[in-house]
Design a protein around this ligand. Structure first.
Ligand code: FAD
Length: 310
């Protein structure tokens, strides 16, 4: 058995594995796809002290850093079930899709999340070519340009307010008859001069030319009429879905499916910790996931020295 078993190989899991292994304890990391969301990212400009890098390059660097230590890396392994230890300090079990089962005295869950997609023509084709999901990451790329934000929940409206300070013009498109964001955010959004709000709008297509977004089409759900908006960027903000379906019923999750953690990354199960986008930690970013993974490993180490047999 491992002393620390990390599930997920994104920034959170990589950081957790490095921190755990540096304590000299046996460490394993199982990931469906090493690198996580970073592998799907183009330019990264907000990893502090690295002014510019690209997703695949950062993934290679993370993997290289992990392999500097004595970490058992199990790539292409999907966890399907967590069976918590029957008593504090006992062995937890993680069942994998290939039928194998891993045991560990402490587990760090860092299975990340995925952005919900609209599933309309052009979305996949123009991903990273005008279609974006993270305003904190890609907002500055659209300085002075026209963008749309899809979704009028809290994240969509926050994104629209944020972007309005950077870009030239923001069109927010909400599917329902009303935005669902908190009133204070809606009020702030309505006060901004360079924002247009469209409700009852169903985005039907992202259009582009020469490999770049040049607009979108939406249907007015009240009249059935179709409209075109000319713009350079589309931020899709219809939800970030944590990869925690496999944990349902075994650990406390928030109403959004995030693993509930406290400020020491402890979950509802003693000896099971969690970090990064899969958790209730606010703000989902690479640098934050790395910090959270490190914290989770230090908490796991603390748990082990308090709960292992003398
Ligand atoms: P993830 O990166 O999601 O990693 C999750 C890991 O868990 C993966 O290895 C995955 O394969 C694995 N996994 C999932 N389910 C299972 C399972 N059942 N069993 C085993 N393994 C599993 N952030 C920034 O800071 N700057 C940016 O510029 C930036 N740009 C982005 C651009 C895009 C297109 C996207 C999608 C995200 C971007 N982000 C950016 C956000 C950033 O990528 C995430 O915040 C960060 O990757 C989260 O790290 P994580 O380790 O928590 O999860």
């Amino acid at each position: 058995p491992f002393e620390v078993l990390v599930i997920g190989g994104g920034p959170a899991g990589s950081a957790a594995a490095i921190y755990a292994s540096r304590k000299g304890i046996s460490t394993g990391i199982a990931a469906e796809r090493f690198g996580g969301q970073v592998a799907d990212t183009m330019g990264i400009e907000n990893l502090i002290s690295v002014p510019y890098t690209e997703g695949p390059k950062l993934v290679a660097a993370m993997e290289q850093h992990v392999t500097e230590y004595d970490v058992d890396i199990m790539n292409l392994q999907r966890a399907e079930k967590l069976i918590p230890a029957s008593q504090t300090g006992g062995l937890h079990e993680v069942r994998l899709a290939n039928g194998a089962s891993l045991k560990a005295r402490s587990v760090i869950l860092s299975t990340g999340a995925r952005w919900r997609q609209m599933g309309v023509p052009g979305e996949e084709e123009y991903r990273n070519k005008g279609v974006a999901y993270c305003p904190h990451c890609d907002g500055p790329l659209f300085k002075g340009k026209r963008v749309a934000v899809i979704g009028g929940g809290n994240s969509g409206v926050e994104a629209a307010i944020d972007l309005a300070g950077i870009v030239g013009h923001v069109t927010l498109i909400e599917f329902g008859a009303e935005m669902r964001a908190d009133d204070v955010l809606q009020k702030k959004l309505r006060s901004l001069k360079n924002v247009e709000i469209i409700t009852s709008g169903q985005t039907t297509e992202i259009t582009g030319e020469n490999g770049k977004v040049n607009g979108l089409n939406y249907t007015d759900r009240n009249t059935g009429e179709s409209h075109h908006v000319a713009l350079e960027g589309v931020f899709v903000q219809i939800g970030l879905v944590p990869n925690t379906e496999w944990l349902k019923g075994d650990i406390e999750l928030s109403q959004h499916g995030e693993i509930v953690v406290n400020d020491r990354n402890e979950t509802s199960i003693p000896g099971v910790f969690a970090a990064g986008d899969a958790t209730t930690v606010p703000y989902k970013q690479i640098v934050i996931s790395m910090g959270e993974g490190s914290k989770a490993a230090l908490s796991a180490f603390d748990f082990l020295i308090r709960n292992s047999a003398p």
